[in-house]
Design a protein around this ligand. Structure first.
Ligand SMILES: Cc1ncc(COP(=O)(O)O)c(C=O)c1O
Length: 340
């Protein structure tokens, strides 16, 4: 199912880099995918396979972004679609998925409870759910982000990459992408440090990393504005911890206020409007830079995985509404005195 996903821009971030003292800073801008998040990558592959298998219906449990991505690809494929979402998912994400014609199942519970219900439904009705029984295909799609980054950097992997974590599937897919390109001889066999970024209100992987644990202890009640990352029991947590440690990377978290500040910083220095998940990435970049984690000339790629338009309710309260003026030059001049 091709909606034009992928080959998104890798921005060379002179403005943000100068602010932070980093000379080779990049943002992989996956906000510009067809439904405005990286989730179009896994959905394109998963829904294509679903159609190939001749299933009756597709769907997914989602924290919001996969919902729109699967619903759009199902619409293109002409397949009925069932989307399971926690009832408190951002309204723009619900609206987007339902506009594509999906059946929306709003669940009174956390993402983990929603996920459990969806798994039962997929089994009972024999439907194909992107991130459940189509998961091997789903993760293949996400790998393309890594392939593109290598090509856009002139056929090399970055020294460090910062990835926002929900289940952890994206980070592992990127790692596999770099490894495959190395094995094929398309890029040099140089190590990339993986940095996992979570919101402080739902940071089970960060907590396990800092405690030196091998296993992740689930968070029962996530509480963060980064709703797309609010997965209390990350399915790939164990493997993400190993990937972070093996690569010499780290896991770090950001508070809601740090996330909002980072959204504004990215927007005002680079012209990129991100949802809170991307704010988590940039907030963690800032935090680690302050701790002296990076050297000024290393190549750093920040994954900004979803658009700010998908979380307007959250961001709106932070940005002051404009004053309304009369349509006169006098009114303009008295409101914008600093212009002259
Ligand atoms: C915008 C965004 N970024 C990152 C993630 C994390 O992806 P994963 O669950 O593969 O770790 C999600 C998950 O829904 C997301 O919506």
């Amino acid at each position: 199912m091709d909606l034009g996903t992928g080959f998104t821009t890798l921005h060379s971030c002179g403005g943000l880099g100068a602010t932070l003292g980093l000379n080779k800073l990049y943002v992989k801008d996956d906000t510009v995918n067809p439904t405005n998040s990286f989730k179009d990558r896994p959905s394109a592959v998963a829904v294509s396979k679903a159609r190939e298998f001749g299933v009756k219906a597709v769907g997914c449990p989602s924290t919001g972004n996969l919902a729109a991505a699967v619903a759009a690809h199902a619409a293109k494929a002409g397949l009925p679609c069932y989307i399971f979402l926690p009832a408190d998912t951002e309204s723009s994400k619900v609206l987007q998925a339902s506009t594509f014609g999906a059946n929306i199942v709003a669940v009174n519970g956390t993402y983990d409870e929603t996920n459990r219900l969806a798994a039962q439904v997929a089994e009972e009705y024999n439907w194909a759910f992107a991130n459940i029984n189509l998961r091997p295909y789903y993760v293949e799609g996400s790998k393309t982000l890594a392939y593109e980054v290598c090509e856009q950097l002139g056929w090399e992997a970055p020294d460090s990459i910062i990835v926002p974590l929900g289940s952890g599937a994206l980070l592992l897919a990127i790692k596999r992408g770099f490894e495959q390109f190395q094995r094929l001889g398309l890029i040099e066999d140089k190590p990339t440090r993986f940095i996992g970024a979570q919101a402080a209100g739902c940071a089970p992987i960060v907590e396990a990393f800092k405690a030196g644990d091998d296993d992740v202890t689930p968070i029962e009640h996530p509480d963060t504005i980064a709703k797309s990352l609010a997965i209390g029991d990350p399915g790939d947590g164990y493997y993400v911890l190993r990937a972070l440690r093996d690569s010499g990377g780290v896991a770090e978290s950001a508070t809601d206020q740090e996330i909002l500040d980072a959204i504004r910083l990215l927007a005002s220095t680079e012209g990129i409007f991100s949802e809170p998940a991307g704010g988590v990435t940039i907030a963690v970049l800032k935090k680690l830079q302050r701790q002296g984690f990076f050297s000024p000339d290393e190549t750093i790629v920040c994954c900004v995985t979803g658009s700010g338009f998908k979380a307007i309710d959250t961001i709106q309260g932070e940005i002051p509404a404009p004053d309304v003026i009369e349509p006169t030059l006098k009114a303009f001049s008295s409101n914008f005195k600093e212009v002259k």
